[in-house]
Design a protein around this ligand. Structure first.
Ligand SMILES: [Zn+2]
Length: 102
């Protein structure tokens, strides 16, 4: 039997007894083309992004790649899911509950 644990509180999730929530987060850096400069150029846009990535990729491709694109998946127990749902961006006002200092 596969055991899951919550990525937030580290408790074990027993799928027979409670729901397990899978949260997928995709973060992309968006290079917006200023309006009016490029009309017809999805390809140019891609090329531009490609060039930027190549330039950045020379020395620290891994570190910088994370700034451009990240994909994460978390398992959450139902309690943590409810907390996450209330505050998916981890805004300051909600830090008083849930997070501890260690
Ligand atoms: Zn949890």
């Amino acid at each position: 039997m596969i055991h899951y644990s919550c990525d937030r509180c580290k408790c074990e999730i027993n799928p027979d007894e409670e729901l397990r929530y899978s949260v997928q987060v995709e973060i992309k850096a968006v290079f917006d083309t200023p309006a009016g400069i490029v009309d017809d150029a999805d390809t140019d846009h891609l090329l531009e992004l490609h060039e930027i990535l190549e330039r950045l990729g020379d020395d620290e491709s891994d570190a910088i790649g994370e700034d451009v694109y990240q994909r994460r998946r978390y398992d959450l127990c139902s309690g943590c899911f409810r907390q996450y749902q209330k505050n998916p961006l981890g805004r300051e006002s909600s830090l008083s509950f849930g997070f501890s200092d260690n």
